[in-house]
Design a protein around this ligand. Sequence first.
Ligand SMILES: NC(=O)c1ccc[n+]([C@@H]2O[C@H](COP(=O)([O-])OP(=O)(O)OC[C@H]3O[C@@H](n4cnc5c(N)ncnc54)[C@H](OP(=O)(O)O)[C@@H]3O)[C@@H](O)[C@H]2O)c1
Length: 252
Amino acid sequence: MTQSVALVTGAAAGLGTDFARQLSADGARLVLVARRKERIEALAAELGKARGVALDLSEAGAAERLMADVAAHGEHVDLLVNNAGFGLAGRVAEQDGRRLRQMIDLNCGVLTQLAHAVLPGMIERRRGGILNVASTAAFQPGPGVAVYFATKAYVLSFTEALHEELRGTGIHVTALCPGPVATEFAEVAGFGKAKTFNRLGASSADVVAAGLAGLARKEAIVIPGLFNKVGAQGSRFLPRAAVRKLAGMLKL
Ligand SMILES: NC(=O)c1ccc[n+]([C@@H]2O[C@H](COP(=O)([O-])OP(=O)(O)OC[C@H]3O[C@@H](n4cnc5c(N)ncnc54)[C@H](OP(=O)(O)O)[C@@H]3O)[C@@H](O)[C@H]2O)c1
């Protein structure tokens, strides 16, 4: 018999920490992953029924090492929260190519690999949940943040397809698409003072609660906040040329 766990990537800060807190309050046993060992170990100790795994998930072979570690601890994943991710602001030609590749690897590659790794067990047990953190960035191209927006478009498309593939299997798959949230994200991405994030940023706890509620309701897509819903869906009613021009005029 293996032990059921919820696996949360990127639990050292922001949304990931709130996922850990809210899932723990719901009684889940947790495996928390991020690079900053002290942070996840302190959070695990505070929450109880939790352990931290310090890993740079963007490194080659990291997802395999994580799944081997879960198996070695006699655990199986009933809930995967694919949350770890980062953005990079700036024109593509001026950015560090290695960091861009790392972002694609983490935001898309690792997310896909972890979902692929946990699915066979979930299908066998006929239950499970996968919550992939996308963004409202997924709904339009993002001049000035091009690769990040493209990674989130991938996450949304992948998640919607998986949601349909798994219909009727007992496995719920949801894409959480937040607008700006006040976390470490803006600073890591290099948005400077990040006015939008500080002024308009939703609370991380509210966004996480909306995501978990949407997963429980078997929703394919959760967009927290009316303003974000209108913005995300509104882009469907405009010509693509207008959408990308408008997106390029937005100053974060
Ligand atoms: N904040 C927003 O406005 C916003 C809006 C829409 C979507 N999102 C998405 O929400 C998710 C969480 O972001 P956040 O806002 O909570 O940002 P955050 O505060 O910067 O947290 C990011 C988390 O990911 C971890 N992480 C980063 N790189 C990692 C790596 N290579 N390996 C393992 N863990 C790594 C970080 O911990 P370590 O640094 O210790 O590794 C941290 O725990 C991301 O996918 C982001 O794209 C954010």
